[in-house]
Write a protein that binds this ligand. Structure first.
Ligand code: TXE
Length: 476
């Protein structure tokens, strides 16, 4: 692991200017709006150039980014590269390559009564977009939405999370060096700054974070009727059918549950294992965690004391059996990878999003029970199924509602540019990545053109005659 400074250091030496005022924030917004009005962000050339620069920024500063993530989150360098760096670069390069095509008019043939005429969708940038980033994958979940906003031709204010303050500071340093600084601004700060920004009435807001904060963001945006994209969390279940490949399921769940110490919105939250495979699955997860972490300290770094205490609270209040781990070190800000079997479905471990390296495993008697369990709760951001059967897969895909679904693996559905990523219900509104990101940050403007000759609509002008009635009934 790259050497880290003391846990939580990023929290105490907050690098951002707490004295930003409404006037400063308004000035930033005014600059970005003026740039948007100048029209320069609309060309395909400007967009792809900015996107390529953003990708280059991530490549040129790989070590600085890894160091910032190590400081903020105690993250392993490989994981930092794999999640925040590679994912952001891929998204930016893909958008740079395709944006010209995405911008093309989407023409549609009109129905007979609308002829002569032509119709199309013109993808128009909203204007100036506010992106409020998350702390868990600070680069990916801040710059990912920025990429989509730029691809759509907007100017952008990015407010990275104050909880990952080194990453926030690094973005504030790098973004103006690489990107058009009159079109993309980084404003650092906490809740007060987010509130000041929201009060500016941007043309679009994208927030990534918890469901409760998402509600507040949406309420603040509603005052200006600002459209929102909310990438929230939820409890993403893993369903293990009786025919699943237990070895593979255990290896994949064990790995993905530990990435970023489980602080990932699409991490497996809990497991519903069929009675026939539950015990074997738990044994294999425990084995895998022993194997994966031979050279590591037992505990896994959590972002701050509040979240360590939150996780510790889940463990002290559980009525399940802790069969692996369970240790919490508040001074070191760590929680051990932990398996809890048979927790009560009404305890906090099973009602709150865990967002940490704790894996509850519940046993179910049938697929019906598993599906009913998931559907009786708020819709998750992701649902996972391990099964070898196409019939089982089709049932779960059609009967379980979730932002996204992945069969026989975990989390990978969120890291492709070829499919949309987003929640449903409590887990979010809207979706992005690749082409869907371009659409999410564009207004799909309806455009129709009509020739002035022949002027067929003159036949319908008032005073309305019987002839006009008859004609209208035939046509429409
Ligand atoms: O707050 P949040 P937290 C989940 C995870 C975690 C929970 C809470 O379960 O335990 O959310 O996370 C700004 N008006 N996820 O405590 O919700 C604030 O400045 C405007 C899922 O970290 O992330 C900060 O930037 N802004 C997840 C951010 O919101 C406000 C990623 C912190 O909110 C505000 C992270 C207000 N009233 C956590 N209040 C994912 N989906 O990936 C706060 N903020």
């Amino acid at each position: 692991m790259t050497e880290t400074t003391s846990p939580g250091a990023g929290l105490t030496d907050a690098p951002f200017d707490d004295n930003l005022t409404e006037v400063d924030v308004a000035r930033v917004a005014a600059t970005l709006r003026a740039t948007f009005r100048s029209g320069r962000t609309r060309s395909a050339q400007w967009r792809s150039d900015q996107l390529n620069r953003l990708a280059q920024m991530m490549v040129d500063n790989e070590q600085e980014i890894i160091d910032a993530l190590s400081n903020d989150l105690g993250r392993d360098p490989f994981e930092s590269w794999f999640t925040d760096i590679a994912g952001t670069v891929a998204e930016a390069r893909y958008a740079a390559k395709h944006v010209k095509r995405w911008m093309r008019r989407d023409r549609h043939l009109l129905e007979l009564p609308q002829l002569p005429g032509r119709g199309w969708i013109e993808y128009e940038p909203y204007g100036t977009v506010l992106v409020i980033g998350a702390w868990n994958l600070p680069f990916l979940l801040s710059l990912g939405p920025v990429i989509c906003a730029l691809a759509a031709g907007n100017t952008v204010v990015l407010k990275p999370s104050e909880l990952s303050s080194r990453s926030s500071k690094l973005m504030a340093e790098l973004v103006p060096r690489y990107l058009d600084h009159d079109a993309v601004a980084v404003v650092e700060g906490g809740r007060e700054i987010s509130e000041l920004l929201l009060a500016q009435g941007f043309d679009k807001v994208c927030f990534t974070g918890g469901t409760e904060t998402g509600r507040k963001i949406m309420a603040a945006a509603a005052k200006h009727l600002t459209p929102v994209t909310l990438e929230l969390g939820g409890k993403s279940p893993v369903l293990l059918a009786d025919d699943c490949n237990v070895d593979v399921a255990a290896g994949r769940v064990a790995w993905t549950k530990l990435i970023n110490s489980g602080q990932v919105c699409v991490a497996p939250d809990y497991v519903l294992a069929h009675r026939d495979v539950a015990e074997r699955f738990v044994d294999k997860v425990c084995d895998a965690w022993v194997r994966y972490r031979t050279d590591q300290p037992k505990g896994m770094r959590i972002v701050n004391l509040h979240h360590v205490e939150r996780l510790a609270g889940y463990l002290t209040r559980t009525r399940g059996d802790v069969v692996f781990g369970g240790g919490v070190d508040t001074a070191a800000l760590t929680v051990e990878p932990t398996v809890v079997v048979h927790p009560d479905s009404s305890e906090p471990l099973m009602t709150e999003e865990i967002f940490g390296p704790i894996l509850p495993v519940l046993t179910v008697d049938s697929l019906d029970d598993a599906i009913d369990f998931v559907n009786a709760r708020p819709k998750p951001l992701a649902a996972y199924l391990f099964s070898e059967s196409r019939k089982v897969r089709n049932r779960v895909v059609s009967e379980v509602s979730a932002g996204g679904m992945l069969v026989n693996h975990v989390a990978f559905q969120a890291s492709t540019t070829r499919l949309p990523f987003g929640g449903v219900g409590n887990s979010g509104i809207g979706a992005y990545h690749g082409h869907w990101g371009f659409e999410e940050f564009s207004h799909a403007k309806t455009v129709m053109t009509k020739p002035t000759r022949p002027d067929l609509s003159a036949m319908l002008y008032p005073p309305y005659s019987d002839k006009a009635w008859k004609l209208a009934r035939k046509l429409f």
